[in-house]
Ligand binder design. Sequence first.
Ligand code: PGA
Length: 255
Amino acid sequence: MRIPIIAGNWKMHKTVAQSLEFVDEILPLTAEIKGVKVVLCPPFTALYSVGQRLQGTHIEMGAQDVFWADEGAYTGEISPPMLKDTGSKYAIVGHSERRHQLKETDEDVNQKVKSLLQAGLWPILCVGETLEQRQAGNARQVVKEQLEEGLKDVDTTGTDLVIAYEPVWAIGTGVNASSEDAQDMIGFIRQELAGKFSQEMAERVRILYGGSVKANNIEEFMSQPDIDGALIGGASLQAESLAEIARRAEGIVNG
Ligand code: PGA
């Protein structure tokens, strides 16, 4: 049984004070939710404070990125043990904004995945095609390669991993993928994982959809058999909005 995840990716938003205000607001709004895990991904600067505030609560925390070395002369970077220290359980890797704007490669993503797993943190590995790639009929091929490269030489025995399928053209645009198209790709990803690793692993891994998810479309996505939740940007910035998405997700799960 895969417990779905509703994860908020705040991107480069919120000061420490704003982050804590959000946490204080969302905790009571989601206290009764059962069968859905809520995860917050604040910016690095707010991780420690948010982690402290979330201790012992029903909400978990993730970072938005990580560097692959444990320590060393890497000015400006943050390592997996440092993230662990803040109370993070997850870290997003390979988000398309980093792949496209910061020129992150599949090789970088692969190193990050491996170092997170080694530290006992869960990667949320993002994959997804651009509009151009979809229109050219290459969406599956692109996602397949991102998966293969991102998970190259990764030992998944006994480890946990989350995948997020985020078509680039749906991120922050208000144009979400149809739930059928998202299911089609996410079913394909699960099939690829079964082939590359094992059936057991493919059935265990949660695969999220991301790209313009809001309260009014989460139910369609959650109704699909392979979609195990969502990674949410814009609609995760207000506590009431993210809580409403989690409540509606719960409605489908416990339907
Ligand atoms: P969006 O972002 O919900 O604002 O489209 C999703 C993401 O980038 O993870």
